[in-house]
Design a protein around this ligand. Structure first.
Ligand SMILES: Nc1ncnc2c1ncn2[C@@H]1O[C@H](COP(=O)(O)OP(=O)(O)OP(=O)(O)O)[C@@H](O)[C@H]1O
Ligand SMILES: [Mg+2]
Length: 264
């Protein structure tokens, strides 16, 4: 789908399909000379789902991100994207890495044109759409600014917009709000929930922030030494940041903390 087509999809229960857009089967990976980080790891993310991947620092979240996006190749196992066994996966998902988000020598607009340059589409044609998106993202008139002139939250929104500009249905975000203060983070949560509610996208969201994972997700995968645990988040939508004070949320948080403690 061209996200700039002006067509907006309203998410409803019927919008969720049961077919996995991402399917990982028996994935094993080790860095050279190290013991495996994962062994026979499997996961599924269905079209339209918001799934978080949580785990302690060093548990392998970013490594899994790199394997899915094609920046690393698995030793064993299969990665399926959109029903295709993905050999050369680079460019088949929209992704936002944990670090090095924006190119400092490029303006906001030039950063946003990067995915379009890669696919060799006409940049001129897409610029009006990009400017419209910047305005929607609260960044009107910032197209000529350089990343260092933006606040943390603004940088994250530009980076997320660049991920959207790939036009891909599956978005993988590696700790996108990890470096933000709690107030900005909270605003970004509302913003992301609203956007995800409107766009027909599937999100795999990597974080080590439990509250963030519960607030945003349909399901959570907990990555630990024993592999992955699949946890359902049975909290109603639409959600907002007030949810964190509700007893069902607090119970879920305690349960997750217990599962993480069992891992360590
Ligand atoms: N290029 C590399 N070569 C060797 N080991 C690596 C490399 N990259 C990561 N590792 C190791 O792999 C393990 C998992 O790292 P990874 O970055 O995937 O963790 P993470 O869960 O994303 O952590 P964090 O929450 O801190 O971002 C760590 O022990 C790390 O030291
Ligand atoms: Mg990481």
């Amino acid at each position: 789908m061209n996200i700039c087509s002006g067509i907006w999809f309203i998410r409803g229960a019927s919008g969720l399909s049961n077919s996995p857009i991402l399917s990982i089967k028996d994935l094993t990976y080790a860095f050279k000379g190290e013991r495996p980080i994962f062994q026979k790891l499997s996961l599924d993310v269905k079209a339209g789902e918001f799934v978080s991947l949580i785990g302690a620092s060093g548990s392998g979240k970013s490594t899994l991100f790199k394997l899915i996006t094609g920046l690393l190749e698995p030793e064993q196992g299969e990665i399926w994207i959109d029903g295709q066994m993905a050999g050369n996966r680079l460019g088949s998902v929209g992704y936002m890495p944990q670090k090095d988000l924006l190119l400092p020598w490029r303006t906001v607009l030039e950063n946003l044109l990067l995915p379009i340059e890669i696919t060799k589409e006409s940049k001129k044609q897409r610029i009006p759409e990009i400017l419209e998106w910047l305005s929607r993202f609260g960044l009107a008139d910032y197209e000529k600014a350089f990343p260092q002139e933006l606040s943390g939250g603004m940088k994250q929104r530009v980076a997320f917009l660049r991920t959207l500009m790939t036009g891909k249905n599956l978005l993988i975000l590696d700790e996108p709000f990890g470096a933000l203060d709690s107030l900005t983070k909270r605003n970004m949560h509302s913003w992301l929930l609203g956007l995800w509610g409107e766009l027909q996208k599937t999100v795999l969201f990597i974080t080590h922030d439990l509250e963030e994972a519960i607030l945003l997700s349909d399901r959570i995968y907990l990555l630990g030494r024993k592999g992955l645990q699949d946890i359902n988040v049975n909290l109603p939508r639409p959600r907002n940041s007030e949810l964190i004070y509700q007893s069902a949320f607090i119970t879920m948080r305690k349960e997750l903390e217990r599962l993480i403690d069992n891992e360590s």
